[in-house]
Design a protein around this ligand. Sequence first.
Ligand code: MF3
Ligand code: CO
Ligand code: CO
Length: 297
Amino acid sequence: MLLRGNKRKVGRNDPCPCGSGLKYKKCCLGKDLSSRENLKELYYKNYKIRLKEKKDIEGIRKTGRLALRTLDLVEMKIHAGMSTEEINTLVHKFTVENGAVPAPLNYRGFPKSVCVSVNDVICHGIPGQRTLEDGDIVNVDVTPILDGYYADVSKTFFVGTPGRDAQKIVKVAKESLKRGISMARPGNRIGDIGWAIQSYAESQGCSVVQEFIGHGVGFDFHEPPQVPHFGRKGEGIPLVPGMVFTIEPMINLGKRHLRILDDNWTAVTADGSLSAQFEQTVLITEEGFESLTPYDL
Ligand code: MF3
Ligand code: CO
Ligand code: CO
C-alpha cells in the first residue's frame, strides 16, 4: 500500500536520499543519482575513498588469489622448531617468484616481507630467530602487490596440538570476521561491521583491539576508509558498490589493551593473554559482498 502525503520534496538541508549521510545540498542535489560517476566523485570528495572499477577489481582479485596460495604454502610447511624467519623466507621467495612484491618490506621501515605474530603478539610481529613451539598460535599476514594491485589477507594457524585457550581464541576470532563480513552490503554502514564484531566477541568474554583497524585497500596498502572492529549500529559511512576494504579483527582472550615493543612494531597484549586474528579483503557489490581473498570461516 502506498502511503498518502509521501511525496514531500527533499529539502536542501534534508539527509540525501542516496544514503550518504550528508545534507542533500552537499550531495546529490542537481545530480543524477543513478550515475556511478557521480557516486565515485562523491565518495572521493567526501571521504577520500576511491571506488574500484571492473578492471581494478579483477586486478585485486588476482592478487588475492596469489595471497591465498601464499598462505596455503605456509600452512603446509609450518611446524614446531621452525623459525619465524623461515616463514619470511618462504613468503618472500614465493611472492617474488610469482612476479609480485611483498608490500610489508620497507613499508614505513618494516624490515621484513610478512608479519608473523605468535601467541600474545596481536599484530606486526617481525620475523626473526624465534622458533615455533608445539601449541603456539601464529598469525601470518600477507600483502602482495601484483601489477600494482594490493590484496591483504591473514589467518591464524595452530602449531601442533592447541590447548583449550588457543582453540577458543582462534574460534572466536574466526567467527568475529565471519560476523563482520556478514554485514557487508549496500544499505549498511561501516559501524554495523564493528558492532557485529564487538557484540559477538564480548559476548564470548573476549575483547576487541581498538588501536588497529581495517582499511581500504587495492591501489595502496592502507587507503580510506578506516574500518573499526568496534562501534555502533547504523553509524559511519554508508557502504556502496565498488568499495574494497579489509576486515581484520584482532581478538584478545583477556583485556583489549596493548603495548608496543622497543622495535616500534610488535604489538602485544598488555596482560599477556593470547590474541588471534583473521583478515580478508572484501568488495561491496550490488547484491552484498564478494571476498577478494576468500576462505572458509
Ligand atoms: N598487513 C597489515 C594489515 O593488515 C599491515 C602490516 S604493515 C607492516 O594492515 F608494515 F607491518 F607490514
Ligand atoms: Co590489513
Ligand atoms: Co594484513
